[in-house]
Design a protein around this ligand. Structure first.
Ligand SMILES: Cc1cc2nc3c(=O)[nH]c(=O)nc-3n(C[C@H](O)[C@H](O)[C@H](O)COP(=O)(O)OP(=O)(O)OC[C@H]3O[C@@H](n4cnc5c(N)ncnc54)[C@H](O)[C@@H]3O)c2cc1C
Length: 584
């Protein structure tokens, strides 16, 4: 059941207490409560309103920014972005960031996962080992229009019985044929890939995009993993409640045992404490997890002592190593009146589409932000790679990505009042830059200090530059001749030389919100700076009874949108947790 406040909680002895009901936490709440004798408590800071219309309707994703479903974070001034601070959206509702994200669904590449295995020394994280979990989490369904999708996806590469429904875009749109024709007209730079989530693990090329959208509706972790099991008597979900500290409950073989949690509701002075008989699992996401660890005495002792926090475990990597994907959007005006812009610029049309969606989830509101995505590597001859260490995981991982949108999208500058557009997101997906998360105070309700570190590595700004140039080659294919009128906006139009393009990137880059790696896995048992915060089974080094299961745990950010990698990680985590508890 879902409980709105701590005082409503039944008095029970919990085996597992999970902090945060996002991608990681929802998977665990489901899997760990599959055995009815095991009592599980999930504590979520946000509300239980995951069926809010703005969450359910895919095209309303833009309305979630700075809403009650967003933690409303902002980064510190970014030296690589001309000193700009940027919004750093994170989901604050049951379902976490999966309830506010853009829903792109990508497993990551074979090399991404094999690198996880290599740096942790744990073959269980290799591509071949995680594939069964990638299928277990998924229920890939056909699109709403029933069209033949054998040219859009490799059906057999997917799971069809898991909790999270995924699919290709519900309808074709007018730009589809142009994108696909480009893959034959410029096939050497932009080859077609039938399925970037295929079992081969080779993500490269241009393919039909896949999303956590089914039947025209967003599929969040809450909808897929929690909604169907709310009647389990051994699962309690407590919302509107903030875990403020992890509590040491004892010592075992000289190590601190962390089976206690302290929590309260914002604005209330009442403090609650509970203890798990088995484990406490932190799934608060890559921004809040390191903050909670630090407030609980797990972190870099120098930092902790500055705030008067007693160090219980000196873990220098906590909050370090933040990795994320910077994006730039560039738009073109197009020779059509039939683009998704009409949802933004024509109120009568928008109202009709809402009617259609409410009557049966049909119409354009169920469409995702893109029908196709491209995953691309810099050519090996590229000057960017000369003399630099290639940060990508290997030949199946992209350096950069295009997301191709049939409308105007922009996060900086002025939104146009009307018109018809084509927008490309260019995204650096194997970044060399690193940022950090730290605390500004000992108040758990204060936002952490977020430094995305964007473009602090020259490699990344040069990769973005090459991505924008590559996008201009893509759009100069004959396929776009009768569609694209011109580039839109002076900043984009005037960015022509390499130096100008880099300046354009620094002036306009934002985040695609893939924060990762702030409490990363390393080799089990190794210690000291650079060896990671977690053992390869996701237990927190130097502690007993405590794990982290969320995007913080990735040793490297995958060259992918990160929700599916978190689901996959959490599916394996559930098995790791079960394997050490004989009750399962
Ligand atoms: C705007 C946006 C767009 C994105 N687009 C995509 C996309 O298109 N495709 C994709 O694959 N990925 C996307 N992502 C990223 C993806 O959603 C995340 O990588 C993924 O959800 C991370 O899972 P997680 O479990 O680590 O954290 P989250 O899903 O963020 O869950 C963490 C949960 O913990 C809760 N919490 C935090 N602190 C506490 C506390 N102290 N006490 C209790 N609860 C707490 C939070 O409220 C939240 O519910 C996007 C993210 C955002 C924000």
């Amino acid at each position: 059941a879902i409980w709105q406040s701590p005082s409503q909680l039944p008095s029970k002895k919990y085996d597992y207490i999970i902090i945060g009901g996002g991608a990681g936490g929802s998977v665990l709440a489901n899997r760990l409560s599959e055995t009815s004798s095991v009592n599980v408590l999930l504590i979520e800071a946000g509300s239980s309103d995951y069926k809010n219309l703005n969450i359910e309707v895919p095209q309303y994703v833009g309305r979630l920014i700075r809403s009650q479903f967003d933690w409303n974070f902002t980064t510190v001034a970014q030296s690589g972005l001309n000193g700009r601070s940027i919004l750093y959206e994170r989901g604050h509702v049951l379902g976490g960031s999966t309830a506010v994200n853009f829903m792109a669904y990508c497993r990551g590449s074979k090399d991404d996962w094999n690198r996880f295995a290599k740096v942790t020394g744990d073959q269980g994280w290799s591509w071949n080992s995680i594939l069964p979990y990638a299928k277990k989490m998924e229920n890939f369904v056909g699109p709403i229009d029933g069209r033949d999708i054998s040219n859009e996806v490799d059906w057999n590469s997917h799971g069809h019985t898991g909790p999270l429904r995924t699919s290709v875009p519900m309808y074709p749109i007018s730009t589809d044929s142009r994108v696909l024709n480009t893959t034959s007209q410029l096939s050497s730079e932009f080859p077609f890939n039938l399925d970037y989530n295929g079992v081969s693990g080779n993500t490269l090329g241009v393919g039909w995009a896949q999303f956590s959208i089914a039947n025209g509706e967003r599929q969040s972790a809450a909808l897929g993993y929690l909604d169907p099991i709310l009647d389990r008597r051994n699962l309690d979900i407590l919302v509107n409640t903030h875990v403020t500290q992890l509590i040491q409950t004892g010592t075992s073989s000289g190590k601190p045992v962390f089976r206690g949690v302290q929590f309260s509701q914002p604005g209330s002075s009442q403090v609650f404490k509970l203890t798990a008989s088995q484990e406490v699992i932190v799934s608060a996401g890559a921004v809040k997890t390191p903050q909670l660890l630090m407030l609980s005495g797990i972190g870099d002792s120098t930092t902790l002592s500055k705030f008067g926090i007693k160090t219980i475990v000196n873990s220098p990597d906590v909050g370090k190593n933040l990795q994320d994907h910077p994006l730039v959007t560039s738009s073109f005006t197009v020779n059509s009146t039939n683009t998704l812009d009409n949802l933004n610029f024509d109120p009568t049309f928008a109202a009709q589409q809402l009617q259609l969606w409410q009557n049966g989830h049909t119409g354009q509101l169920g469409l995702p932000a893109a029908n196709q995505i491209a995953w691309l590597r810099l050519p090996s001859s590229s000057g960017v790679l000369q003399g630099a260490q290639d940060p990508s995981a290997g030949p199946t991982s992209a350096h950069h990505e295009f997301i191709i949108t049939d409308a105007y999208i922009g996060f900086t500058g002025q939104f146009p009042a009307g018109g018809n557009f084509l927008t490309f997101f260019t995204v650096v997906v194997s970044p060399a830059s690193r940022g950090s998360i730290t605390i500004q105070s000992t108040n758990p309700f204060d936002a952490p200090v977020i430094d995305a570190g964007f473009f602090t590595s020259e490699f990344d700004v040069q990769t973005m530059r090459e991505s924008i140039k590559s996008m201009r080659r893509f759009t100069s294919a004959p396929a776009w001749k009768d569609w694209i009128i011109s580039e839109y906006g002076d900043d984009f139009i005037n960015a022509q030389t390499d130096a100008q393009i880099e300046a354009y990137a620094r002036a306009s880059a934002e985040t695609i919100n893939h924060a990762s790696s702030t409490a990363a896995m390393g080799k089990t048992g190794s210690s000291g700076s650079g060896s990671g915060v977690l053992n390869s089974d996701l237990t927190v080094k130097g502690t007993v009874g405590l794990r982290v299961v969320d995007a913080s745990a990735f040793p490297f950010i995958p060259a992918a949108h990160t929700q599916a990698p978190v689901y996959i990680l959490a599916e394996r985590a559930a098995d790791l947790i079960k394997s050490v508890n004989p009750v399962y």
